[in-house]
Ligand binder design. Structure first.
Ligand SMILES: Nc1ncnc2c1ncn2[C@@H]1O[C@H](COP(=O)(O)OP(=O)(O)OP(=O)(O)O)[C@@H](O)[C@H]1O
Length: 310
């Protein structure tokens, strides 16, 4: 961690994690930039939780190297207090009162802010006298979030922590996370399936697909790489020929095609001349298209769009 980049960076070099015959992570090379909020996306079973567990040194990889702030985090007394992994499962002291849990985590983490924890407890209407084992699923998630955010660890990994939270609580969480991150910049990795909801928070995107990194890019440039092209079928077919087509929809003689790739000024002019409408593609749609199992062969081979729409 340096003065100019608050938070710990993460590097994975050739990391493979096997569970028997299952390869949860397959020779992964990945950099997570310090001082950013990274969205860790991927379909069920793509390896997100495994990656979080390796970074937080809850387990060691089968092979390859994990570096946190430049060092192997395994049994590392320097980096351990600076890394916080919050999972839906909680990882809290289930039979101790919430206030005793807070004291425990405050003692374990030098950056823990008790006053901020109290604010979050109020925000989520958590009773300090109750015990985690007695909380509803949503309240338990909220308590995990409280520990994760109030810890202000240089590296915080929030793995599907929103599960069980109702919509108002989720938005309260997003607002609290963003405000606190801006006031206290650090590295946050946020894993979620609710891409539309977290889109405004994330600066970098990592998409895992069956244990491999499909995309690692900053969110703005990824957004700029998806374009939706709408217009008469023939004109759309001509325009997308030779481009990477991610998805197509057809309604009568009108087609809408999602293509990947940055358009040049000449492309835009050509589209206008052909009477085509160009529009942005939400990250959620890009994610769905890119991780569609029917497209996997195309992505691997780099095959581009067909001129004939279905
Ligand atoms: N302890 C384990 N023992 C055996 N297999 C495991 C274990 N942990 C994970 N796996 C397997 O590794 C793969 C990746 O799992 P992981 O939990 O990392 O995915 P995920 O992206 O977090 O999924 P989800 O979004 O469903 O939570 C899956 O095939 C899973 O079944």
């Amino acid at each position: 961690m340096t003065a100019t980049s608050p938070g710990y960076g993460v590097s994975l070099r050739g990391v493979t994690q096997r569970f028997g015959d299952v390869v949860a992570l397959d020779d992964v090379d990945l950099e997570i930039r310090p001082g950013t909020i990274t969205g860790l996306l991927g379909r069920n079973g793509s390896g997100k939780t495994t990656l979080g567990a390796l970074v937080a040194a809850f387990r060691r990889p089968t092979s390859g190297q994990v570096l946190v702030d430049g060092e192997d985090p395994w049994e590392n007394e320097r980096t351990a207090p600076g890394v916080c992994l919050v999972r839906e499962s909680g990882d809290v002291l289930d039979d101790d009162r919430l206030r005793d849990n807070l004291e425990f985590f405050a003692g374990a983490r030098p950056t823990f802010d008790r006053a901020f924890a109290a604010e979050l407890m109020d925000l989520f209407e958590l009773d300090p006298k109750s015990k985690p084992s007695k909380l509803s699923r949503g309240k338990k998630s909220a308590f995990g979030i409280t520990i994760g955010l109030a810890g202000r660890a240089p590296l915080t990994v929030l793995d599907e922590v929103h599960l069980g939270l109702d919509a108002p609580s989720r938005y309260a969480f997003y607002d609290a996370l963003l405000a606190d991150y801006l006031a206290h910049p650090r590295t946050i990795v946020l894993s979620s399936h609710l891409i539309e909801e977290i889109e405004r928070l994330i600066e970098d995107v990592v998409v895992l697909d069956r244990g491999s990194v499909l995309i690692r890019q900053d969110a703005d440039s990824l957004r700029a790489e998806g374009v939706s092209v709408t217009g008469p079928v023939d004109a759309v077919e001509a325009f997308v020929a030779g481009r990477t087509v991610l998805g197509t929809q057809r309604l009568g003689r009108t087609a809408q095609v999602t293509v990947r790739g940055v358009l040049t000024d000449a492309d835009v002019a050509q589209a206008r001349t052909a009477g085509l409408e160009l529009g942005p593609v939400p990250l959620q749609d890009l994610f769905v298209h890119l991780t569609d199992p029917r497209r996997r062969g195309d992505l691997a081979s780099g095959r581009t769009g067909s001129a004939v729409l279905p």
